[in-house]
Design a protein around this ligand. Sequence first.
Ligand code: ADP
Length: 394
Amino acid sequence: MKILVANIGSTSLKWRLFDFSEGAERMVHKGGLERVTDYAAAIETCLEKLRQDGALTKEGDLAAVGFKTVLAKDLTGCVRLDEAAIAAMEAMNHVAPAHNPPYVAGIRQFAKRLPGVPLVGLFETAFYQWAPEAAMRYAVPANWHAAGIRRWGFHGASHKYIAERSAELLGRPEVAERVRRLYQDGPGQPPQGPPLRVISCHLGGSSSITGLRDGVAIGNSLGLSPQSGLPHNNRVGDLDAMAVPHAMRTLGLDLAEAERQLCKEGGLLGLSGVSNDIRDIQAAADSGNEQARLALEVFVHEARRWIGAYLVELNGLDALVFTAGIGENRAELRAAIAANLDAFGIRIDPERNQAARAVEAVISPEDAPVKVLVIPTNEELVVAREVRRLLQQG
Ligand code: ADP
């Protein structure tokens, strides 16, 4: 069974092709296109590359295309992307303007190009279905809550992968198995033994932090929208609710312009005034740019604030995990985020930390009570597995 997972950005298409034949889980192709202006052409190029590289002899061999969909109204989990599901995504376009519109456009193009192939989405919110209600609730009037104004949490595929893989690396296969079967069986009873307490830091173009108790999320720093929690590349993080009407009044912005600036000119770009990319911001900070230095400090501060929150909720920690573009590659930011936490058993070995780049690694000293891990995420595998399960259910 071959499943293509398409990762759709506003100007990019990345993909991985998985072959699940004979019980194996093999990734047989991986590729991507940047600066995409014509999505139909990008899909054509993707299919052409799969053929050329011998990963797919004919399109009919595709069992499904899977998508890491973000948010839909009254819909989560792993679902067929029919018209009703697409409409539910469109109903949330204004909450996730950087994500939902390109996904909907991309899904429609795939539907046109591959009419017989099932299209399936695993929503990023799915992983937080079992988080305690108190962690997901905003203090808003009841009718706001009824209108869906609550925390949803995102990056579910990534944090689920980290939950499973960290449990394996920490010698807790029963917790890993619980995570693997989570969407099928629900959390059920916690496994025997001491609770496994993990904090997963997905730090990248978008960033979020999640607390994991025995593999199940107890919350996520992203709330109603992917514009909350830590500062993102160019999207604002947590912000006082009154900041928006205040900025609109004092800067004379209309709603559409305020939304645009929050989603395009905020985050690390807004803070640094330099770039939305940590590499550029670090280079500017290293050459004395104070605004760039402050942007990095805010990022580190916000990451620590969320780590602190989950450290308390979990009543201690077994492992702190770093993943995604920044988490996997930026040793200096990992060191800054985990600095001065020895009172909680969290320490980093500088040499191990420097050496860990985009590979699984333990970066805490051997004798530290808390393991600090780097684990490259594999969101597409999580999506592909759930797509397979949905197809097998018929
Ligand atoms: P996205 O959330 O868009 O998938 P990534 O997870 O790739 O983004 O993270 C992007 C961020 O990670 C950027 O700020 C970039 O500087 C940093 N990053 C990504 N890859 C590397 C790398 N190989 N070396 C250093 N930094 C990287």
